[in-house]
Design a protein around this ligand. Structure first.
Ligand SMILES: *Cc1c(COP(=O)(O)O)cnc(C)c1O
Length: 428
C-alpha cells in the first residue's frame, strides 16, 4: 500500500497534486509520502508484536535528514554501514545507542567514532575485523558490543547483485565456520562483548521461503549461542521486497486482495514468528526498501522525443545520476504521466541526458505517449534512489519533498552548481 493515485485525472501523493509540486520546485524532484513511510514502519511493528522485536531501519535505502527524523520520532532504531551514516543519525537527532553497524570494511576511525558514541552493536563480517575492534576497544579501555554476520548459504532468488546470503559473495562468515569463530572470540578477544548474531540474505526478496529456510538453518546456532555466550539478540536482516511492476495499482487494497500470492509484511511475519518465538531472544529486523521504496516517486519532465529507425526515445531531465537502479541492476520502475492519458500509448525507451548508453530508466516500455513539457512520475523511487544519486556529468542533486496530508515541504532544495564544486581547489 502507498499513497499515490490519480484523482481528477492528475496524479496525487496523499492530497497533493504532483503537478503543483513540479511547478513550484521544478524537476527532477523526489516526492515522499509521510503516511506511507510511517504506515510501513507501524506495520512491521504490529506484525512482529508477538516477538521482542525491534526495527532498525536500514539507513542506506534513504538517508535524507527529514526521513531519518521521521524514523527517530517514531522510535525506530537504525542499521548503518558507515561512520558517515552514524553522523547523519546524530545530526538528525537520532539515538546512537539504537544503531547497529554493519559492513565489511569498517575503518579504525569509524570504529573509534562508533565506540565513542556508544552504538548498540557492531555487526561484523570477518575474524580480522573482530581482532581490529578488539584491539581498538582495548586501547580505549572499553568493551565493544559485537555480533557476527552468519552466511546461511541460502539462495534469496533475487538479482545477482543484491543477493548476499550464499557462500559465493563477500558478506558474512560461512555457516560451517561460525561456531569456531565465536569460540575464538570468547577465548582470545577480551575486549569484545558477544552480544548477538546477525544475518541478511539479500534484498528485494519477493517470497517468504528463503527467509524461512535461512531462519530454520540458523536458529539452532542462535539457541546455542544464547546458552554458551548469553547473546541477547538475533538480527535477521532486511530484504523484504516491494512492488515495482504494478506499483501504481498496488496503492489500492483491492489489488492486494487480487494478488494473495504477494508477500506482505503480515505474511512475512506470520511465517517467521513461530520459528523465532521459542528462542526467547530479542529479534532485530533491518528493513530499508520495504519502508521507503514505494513511499516516493521521482518527478521528471519530458524534454524531447526522438524517433529513430528502430526505436522511439523519450528523453527526460532525470538521468542515471538521479536513479541508477536500472543501469546498476536492471531495476524496473513504472513511469506514469502526472496528467492522466487515455489509451494513447507508445513503445519507447525512456532515457536521460547523461552521456552513457546505460543512462535509461525504461527500455522497450509501453508508456503513455507523452509530449515534451509533460511531467512524469517514476514510481517506487524511495529506496536506493536519491541515496545512490551523484553529480555525474556535473548535474546538481535533485530536490526532495515530503508530503503530509494536504501539506508539503521541501526537505532538500535542489543543489546549486557552486555546491557541486564546493571543496575543489584550483591550481596554486
Ligand atoms: C542493505 C541492508 C539492509 C536493508 O536491505 P533492504 O533490502 O533495503 O531491506 C539490511 N541489513 C543489511 C546488513 C544491509 O546491508
Amino acid at each position: 500500500m502507498h499513497s499515490f493515485a490519480y484523482r481528477n485525472e492528475s496524479l496525487h501523493c496523499e492530497n497533493v497534486n504532483l503537478a503543483d509540486i513540479a511547478r513550484a520546485v521544478g524537476t527532477p524532484t523526489f516526492v515522499y509520502s509521510k503516511k506511507t513511510i510511517t504506515d510501513n514502519l507501524a506495520a512491521f511493528r504490529k506484525a512482529l508484536a508477538p516477538l521482542d522485536a525491534h526495527v532498525a531501519y536500514a539507513v542506506k535505502a534513504c538517508s535524507s535528514k527529514a526521513i531519518l527524523q521521521l524514523m527517530a520520532q517514531q522510535g525506530a532504531g537504525f542499521d548503518i554501514v558507515s561512520g558517515g551514516e552514524l553522523w547523519r543519525i546524530i545530526n538528525a537527532g537520532g539515538d546512537p545507542t539504537l544503531c547497529t553497524y554493519a559492513g565489511v570494511g569498517k575503518t579504525e576511525a569509524e570504529i573509534r567514532y562508533a565506540l565513542e558514541k556508544g552504538i548498540y552493536c557492531f555487526n561484523c563480517e570477518s575474524e580480522e575485523e573482530l581482532r581490529a575492534i578488539d584491539r581498538i576497544a582495548g586501547s580505549m579501555g572499553m568493551k565493544a558490543p559485537v555480533a557476527v554476520r552468519v552466511n546461511p548459504n541460502v539462495d534469496a532468488h533475487t538479482h545477482k547483485y543484491i543477493t548476499t546470503g550464499t557462500n559465493e559473495n563477500k558478506f558474512g562468515v560461512d555457516i560451517t565456520r561460525i561456531e569456531q569463530l565465536y569460540a575464538t572470540m570468547a577465548a582470545e578477544m577480551p575486549n569484545l562483548h558477544i552480544k548477538g548474531l546477525q544475518m541478511h540474505i539479500g534484498s528485494q526478496l519477493t517470497e517468504v521461503q528463503p527467509f524461512v529456510m535461512a531462519i530454520e538453518k540458523v536458529a539452532p546456532i542462535a539457541k546455542k549461542f544464547k546458552e554458551l555466550y548469553g547473546i541477547e539478540f538475533w538480527s535477521i536482516g532486511g530484504g523484504v521486497g516491494i512492488i515495482y511492476d504494478g506499483c501504481l495499482a498496488s496503492g489500492s487494497p483491492e489489488w492486494w486482495q487480487q494478488h494473495p500470492e504477494q508477500m506482505t509484511i503480515e505474511s512475512y511475519a506470520a511465517a517467521i514468528i513461530p520459528l523465532l518465538q521459542p528462542l526467547g531472544l530479542r529479534i532485530l529486523v533491518e528493513p530499508g526498501r520495504r519502508i521507503v521504496g514505494n513511499a516516493a516517486a521521482m518527478l521528471t519532465t519530458c524534454l524531447y522525443e526522438k524517433k529513430g529507425e528502430a526505436k522511439c526515445f523519450k528523453i527526460i531531465d532525470a538521468g542515471m545520476n538521479d536513479i541508477i537502479r536500472p543501469a546498476l541492476y536492471e531495476g524496473y520502475h513504472e513511469i506514469w504521466p502526472v496528467q492522466q492519458h487515455h489509451g494513447d500509448t507508445i513503445t519507447a525507451d525512456v532515457v536521460g541526458p547523461v552521456c552513457e548508453s546505460g543512462d535509461f530508466q525504461a527500455q522497450n516500455r509501453e508508456i503513455a505517449d507523452v509530449k515534451p513539457g509533460e511531467v512524469l512520475a517514476e514510481m517506487s523511487a524511495g529506496a536506493y534512489g536519491f541515496s545512490m544519486s551523484s553529480t555525474y556529468n556535473s548535474r546538481p542533486l535533485a530536490a526532495e519533498v515530503l508530503v503530509d496530508g494536504d501539506k508539503w515541504q521541501v526537505i532538500r532544495r535542489r543543489q546549486t552548481l557552486e555546491e557541486i564544486i564546493c571543496g575543489e581547489e584550483g591550481l596554486d
